[in-house]
Design a protein. Sequence first.
Length: 216
Amino acid sequence: MKKITLIFLSLILIVSVVAPVISAQSETKEPIIPMIDERITGILESNNIDYAVSDGTIIISDKSETNRNRVNQLLIASFRTDVNLQSAMATYPSAWQSLKNYNFAGSKKFSGATKTAFVAAFTAYAKNIATPWKELVAVAAGGYAAYYFINNNTEDLYTFITYHYRTMGPGFVDSNGTVYGDYEIRKQTRITKNSNNTGGAYDVDTRRGTSLVPWF
C-alpha cells in the first residue's frame, strides 16, 4: 500500500512540474497573426471588391482580367491621390509603422566565462525565438566583453527584435488575383543589459518586399 501511495504521489509531482513547463512552451509558440495592409483592404472595401486573406496575403475573389485591371487602376489612383494631398512628395515613402505582431522581447541569464561557451548557450536560446537565428547570434557575439560581461561573469541579457515597415508604392494585382504591396521592411535587433531597449550590441537590416510578413 505504501508503495502504491509513493508511486501516486510521484506521478502528481511530475505532472505538477512538467505541466507548467509544457504550458509555458505552448504560450511562447503561439502562432503569429499576420498583419495586412489596411490601405489596400480599405480601397477594396470602399469599392465593393470581395477579397480573402490567407497567411497575410490578400487575394481578390473575382480574378477576371477586367476586375484585376480595375483593382490595379484603383491602387495607382490612390497612390497618386495620396501624394497630391501633400505639399511635398514625402508621403511615399510613407512614415515608418510598427509590425508589432512580429516583435520579440525577452531576457535570460548567461555566463560570460568564455566567448565560445557564451555563443553556444546563446545559440540554443536563439533557435527558440528567431528564424533565421544566425543573425541574432552574430549580434550577441559582437557584444561579448564590449557591452556586457565587463564587470560581471553572469548577467541578465535582454533580447529585442523590432520590425517596422513603410510603403514605397501602390502595389499591384497579379494574374492569380494576389495583391502585392511595395514595402521596405526594417528589422532592429538589440542584445543588452538594459531592460529599456537601450545600449548593448545593435544591428539594423532593411529590405524591400511585397508582403508585410517579415522573412528575415
